[in-house]
Design a protein around this ligand. Sequence first.
Ligand code: 5MM
Length: 340
Amino acid sequence: MNIDTLKTTAQAMVAPGRGILAMDESSPTCNKRFEGLGIPTTIEMRREYRTMLVSSPGLGDHIGGAILFDETLRDHTTDGRSFVQALQEQGIVPGIKVDTGAKDLALHPGEKVTEGLDGLGPRLAEYSELGARFAKWRAVYTVTDSLPSQACYTANAHALARYAALCQENDIVPIVEPEVLIDGNHDLGRSFEVTQHAQHTVFAALADQDVDLRGIVLKPSMVISGAGAADRAGIREVAQETLRCLSSTVPAAVPGIAFLSGGQSDEEATQHLNAMNEIGGSLPWAVTFSYGRALQAAAMKRWAGHSDNVESARQVAFHRAQMNGAAALGQYSSEMEKAA
Ligand code: 5MM
């Protein structure tokens, strides 16, 4: 493990005013999004769509890293460059999703554990050869009055830590993603409790596996009311409680925290991030974004599978990246949306 390499990569991914573009939808998920917009679910259309995204002019000003799915890491853009090359030309670090999905957790109905550890070492070595400099593994936690179970916390933390150790052994920065799902009626306090315990368990497991925290990026969910909660907390409260939670769980050695959007609207995700950076003061870590839907949804809708729309879709993708880049500096305002 070369810690200097890991630190350099992690710092590039979360450099000031930059975040991460999560474009690592597996083919079934990407197809589901396409179906919703009447776009044919073929590999050619996925290639066209992803070419549109990575070729958005100026994207690298606000995006430090892009997470790809296996299909894309091995693929070429419609103009014949490898996706890795296209990202590098924008100054964006290429990364790869390496988990094989969240599967039912034995003896625990309604809960999931993320799989993909078998053969991961050799897969990471190959991904490194192909140009990936960081990886991603997502664990999911369902919230009810009685869930998550301790079994869910422990199993997912152990898998995340084993994955992170394997990444670092291959000089690949692990993005460690414990996602507390927004689905449900839980209030902000319950979200805090579950998120804090998930993060505590994950950092304990990372320590057990001797993962060097200077060479990881944490990708958490925000402390936020459940999507179906009666009285959902406002922007400021979400930002304050999220920072309070992270300050109690995340060691200062971690270079960056890059949030997932988790079903928030585009602007809500941007506002929450901005509020955190506004009120954060001198935080020990970079606080930025690693959004999937909140960066892509509007651009995908604008593109809608028509080549005539590529240029305007690129502008839409750039705009969302620019807004979130500003939020990562605490310099975003809703007037910027209107002005654009
Ligand atoms: C881009 O979506 C990723 C999941 O894809 P699969 O479910 O097909 O594996 C997902 O892990 C994503 O990277 C994160 O959840 C962040 O995305 P959001 O949309 O929550 O910001």
